[in-house]
Write a protein of this length. Structure first.
Lengths: 212, 391, 47
């Protein structure tokens, strides 16, 4: 049986070797679904610790990007061993870098962390037109819409997106969170979002409070 | 007998260089980081100015006519004709109102397996491998690719000549000089932004640290040669030339990674420029307060420091004796604030940073999109600084 | 041994000492053409 505490610590320490060894061990056994589920949970807990270490100023963006990649490759390895309904989703988020902006590193870090916290994420990518976000929200009826941007012009696109959701009569059925370099409280108010964050880990906590 | 315009020009140059030398001039100089914003101000789109150098020139002439300042950062138009001649894959003209921006999507042109080849001879690797991957014309066989490279060089030369003429015109018509004569990118940023992608570089830092380190070391002399080449390919000036060093990764790294992969090369490069009579001006993007102790090691009175974020009191106290400081004034205030709020902020910054000299007033970053600042706020703030900044 | 691309000027001058001075027509160092091409190629590998 894999030591789950060691696994969580390894994820938190971003120790790929220990992680891979443990995962290979879990996958090598037959009838391993239950154990694999525990491994996934342990990794998700480790990812939460990564967020805390970023909050405390020990980890930086470079570490978060690496953590996201590590978690992604772990999940890719483990997914085939999980049964279809084993992962009860904690909520659905439609995520996008808004129109005019090509940056996605922050968005991708947020995506890894929020998936680790059991959310289902529909990532529309970068430079996403307002209409595409609105259409997707109509189609999948998510709990949350996450808008990301680094450039100051992204703020205009965020406002246009929120206005479009209101016009389409969808604004009240979702929570909107904005993230990225230029966001702050004033900006959040004028855009009409429900919350803002410049810190992915904090953004995850906000989303958890909304669906919890 | 000097004309009034040339008199203004001389005064501005003297004001700037006195400040760089950490002395107190007659008043706080104002450096305007007006980039592609100027095109929108003049009624053009960004893509018009990137391709049409005359429009960029006209935009800057309008800007210096309407907005009080001492110096402009740079002639921002890029050599679009050169990129077209070579079949560039890097630039994104997404829509009329967009600015040229970095995208991690196409950034990885070098695979991790290619580190040894890169380290052995980075210039050869760039010529043989990187260029054909970035430019479709250079991926063709000889003689098509040879002619394309030559055509691009012609475009590059013509661009340089036009740029030089436009800059000279700003001086003769308005007495406004440019602050920078060129720019250079640091080895780790070069590898991350243009060879491996940022994501790739962060992975390499953990999975291939020794190769990444050797690659950054191998690039260091090329960065120096690239910077000095720009400085010496135009006639010498009465005062030292200034080179912009936009820094990208440092605030995303933990300090141990910064100390290993970034700082030694950065310091070597800064010292090499200084030794050759060139003044480096790093753009310290993000919050550099973690690294102020490092920056104290840079040669005193020989660099400028353009800061995006930071506590002005702390900056002045820790770095006021090392470098000429500029920056910190937030663009978001110029766009979303009132005139009064903008002036209040400018007063705060001057009160903390101006005493004793060694401070140039500037925004926290370059104005790129139309929504990066309201013209009336910019004018009001600059007018205020010209009066309040008198020593 | 592979030929070096854009070798250092000091190595060229060893073979051709008559090039140590400035180019009389241009008034600039002979190696300025080389440095401009180096800057151009390097610039292409950036951005």
């Amino acid at each position: 049986m894999v030591d789950l505490k060691v696994l969580t610590q390894a994820m938190s320490d971003l120790d790929e070797d220990v992680l891979n060894k443990a995962i290979d061990e879990a996958l090598s056994k037959d009838d391993n679904t239950a154990e694999v589920q525990e491994v996934v949970k342990a990794c998700q807990q480790g990812m939460t610790l990564v967020g805390e270490r970023y909050d405390s100023g020990e980890y930086f963006i470079g570490d978060l990007v690496f953590a996201g990649e590590v978690l992604q490759s772990v999940m890719d390895k483990l997914k085939p061993a999980l049964s279809a309904d084993s992962s009860a989703k904690g909520g659905m988020i439609v995520l996008a870098t808004v129109f005019g902006d090509l940056h996605d590193i922050g968005k991708n870090i947020f995506r890894s962390m929020v998936e680790a916290a059991n959310f289902e994420v529909i990532d529309l990518g970068i430079n996403v037109p307002v209409s595409q976000i609105v259409d997707k929200v109509k189609e999948v009826n998510p709990d949350i819409v996450g808008l990301s941007g680094v450039l100051t012009l992204a703020l205009d696109s965020m406002k246009e997106t929120v206005d479009a959701l209101t016009e389409a009569g969808l604004r009240n059925s979702v929570k909107v969170i904005i993230g990225g370099v230029p966001v702050n409280e004033n900006v959040c108010k004028s855009i009409g979002a429900d919350a803002f964050s410049t810190n992915a880990a904090e953004g995850v906590k906000i989303c958890q409070r909304w669906v919890g | 007998m000097m004309s009034e315009v040339m008199n203004l020009y001389q005064k501005r140059v003297e004001r700037i260089y006195k400040t760089i030398n950490l002395e107190q001039p007659d008043r706080v100089p104002i450096s305007s980081a007006l980039g592609t914003w100027s095109s929108y101000y003049a009624g053009y789109t960004d893509s018009e100015s990137n391709w049409d150098l005359d429009k960029c020139s006209k935009s800057l002439l309008k800007v210096v006519n309407d907005i009080p300042m001492d110096v402009l950062h740079m002639f921002y138009a890029r050599p679009g004709g050169m990129y077209q001649a070579l079949g560039s894959k890097s630039f994104h003209y997404l829509n009329d109102n967009n600015i040229v921006q970095y995208s991690d999507e196409n950034a990885e042109v070098m695979s991790a397996q290619e580190y040894p080849e890169f380290i052995k001879d980075p210039f050869r690797f760039m010529v043989e491998k990187v260029l054909p991957r970035k430019y479709s014309e250079l991926a063709k066989d000889s003689p098509a690719k040879d002619l394309a490279l030559a055509k691009g060089a012609m475009q590059f030369g013509m661009y340089g000549a036009k740029k030089g003429a436009a800059e000279a015109n700003l001086i003769t018509q308005y007495g406004i000089p440019m602050l920078f004569d060129g720019l250079a990118i640091m080895p780790l940023d070069w590898i991350a932004d243009f060879f491996r992608g940022i994501k790739g570089a962060f992975m390499d830092m953990r999975r291939r640290p020794e190769e990444l380190l050797e690659a950054a070391q191998a690039l260091t002399p090329l960065v120096i040669r690239f910077g000095l080449g720009q400085m010496f390919s135009t006639p010498p000036k009465a005062n030292p030339k200034i080179i912009l060093l936009p820094l990208h990764l440092p605030t995303m790294l933990k300090t141990t990674d910064f100390d290993k992969f970034y700082w030694p090369m950065f310091k070597t490069i800064v010292e090499a420029f200084v030794a050759n009579g060139v003044i480096p001006m790093p753009f310290y993007e993000g919050d550099w307060s973690r690294y102020y102790d490092h920056l104290q090691e840079l040669p005193a009175k020989k660099t400028l420091g353009w800061f995006e974020h930071g506590d002005p009191k702390e900056l002045k106290q820790k770095l006021g004796n090392t470098m000429c400081i500029l920056g910190l004034f937030p663009l978001t205030l110029l766009q979303y604030g009132t005139k009064e709020e903008c002036i209040t902020k400018a007063k705060e910054l001057l009160d903390d940073l101006a005493p004793g000299g060694g401070y140039i007033f500037s925004t926290d970053k370059e104005l790129l999109s139309a929504a990066d600042g309201k013209a009336e706020n910019i004018i009001a703030v600059n007018k205020f600084v010209m009066e309040y900044g008198i020593y | 041994m592979e030929e070096q691309l854009l070798i250092s000027w000091s190595d060229i001058v060893k073979e051709h000492p008559e090039l140590a001075d400035k180019d009389p027509a241009m008034g600039m160092n002979w190696d300025i053409g080389q440095e401009m091409i180096f800057a151009y190629v390097t610039f292409l590998a950036l951005f």
